[in-house]
Design a protein around this ligand. Sequence first.
Ligand SMILES: Nc1ncnc2c1ncn2[C@@H]1O[C@H](COP(=O)(O)OP(=O)(O)OP(=O)(O)O)[C@@H](O)[C@H]1O
Ligand SMILES: [Mg+2]
Length: 361
Amino acid sequence: MIIKKLNLQNFRNYERETFEFGEGINVLVGKNAQGKTNCAEAIFYLCTGASLRIRHDRQLIRRGADCALLSAETECRYGKITLGAEIRENKRELTLNGVKVARAVDFLGNMKSVFFSPGELRIVQDGPDERRRFLNLSISQTSKSYASALLRYNKILDQRNNLLKERDVSLIFDTLPVWDEQLARYAAVLIRSRREYLGRLAPYAADAHAFLTDGGEKLELGAEGNYPGDEEEIAEKLLKELKNAYERDVRLGFTTVGPHRDDIRILIDGNDARGFASQGQTRTAALSMKLAELEIFKQLSGEAPVLILDDVMSELDLTRRKKLLARTGGVQCILTCTHAERVLYGKECNKIRISGGKIVR
Ligand SMILES: Nc1ncnc2c1ncn2[C@@H]1O[C@H](COP(=O)(O)OP(=O)(O)OP(=O)(O)O)[C@@H](O)[C@H]1O
Ligand SMILES: [Mg+2]
């Protein structure tokens, strides 16, 4: 699948601009703070309905304007799709082929993308929430049922946590079982899906890692929680765990068990990557996970997603840069950098020069 055209109006530092992308490698070149990442972010937003960098959409609106407009013409194996977003201070409207989309879940994943930037190293380095975020975004792009279950789960979890903060303890104990039934049901969908997804991801990530390190290191990924069996069995086990944690949950005022606390295990040569891996190892492990994501998207949707590489090349050594480029065959790639010559080695590409929120023509 490819993105052919991107229109931005009052998005970040763009007043009005149209990008035309080619099938292979597209390079956004420019000095710092000119709008390269902003353009990459716009593409990712149209793929997922979410931003990578911020919580509040209003930051996406150009300072001084009151509405940002984004749209993309894309082509996938089923034909052309036009994606649109209109972002205002307190609301947004998403459109698919010009028709308003009622639920964000139906917008997500129509165009799929894999995004990699130095910030993604957090997946390996930081706490479990970064890894859950990776899983949630990644699985949601390929499974609407996962995306809906996640939404429901989070809503019920919020309500349960609010209940836990009540003063009336007997009310809490009376009401908890009502929430727990539903919570466990959606939790089971999340846990099973993540387990399956990680099962698929792990061999591809190991393979990419071996390729990037010339077989020098071994990468292993796995789910940390232990929930065997089908969804019914998972729900049953979780329900028991929730009950056992009642007193602790009431004391702490939040839900202490469930998939919102799960983690992914990342091992390099048998050692926990978190807190142990060097910068270079972290980068290679994170990149391997992203390349694995690319393979899975390819497999599940029958075509390659758009690969967005923001500021990644300058951070990799020569060998890894070349190896990464070798893996982008047949994949549309949007790559940002400050010096195209230094990262591409004469590889054919569509170069777009950006300065001050405008394409230099
Ligand atoms: N809502 C907004 N309105 C106006 N300008 C904005 C808005 N959000 C961000 N900017 C500006 O956009 C500029 C470009 O940001 P961007 O992150 O795209 O730069 P970049 O080209 O990727 O630079 P670098 O090479 O340093 O990563 C920044 O100077 C930032 O202040
Ligand atoms: Mg940038």
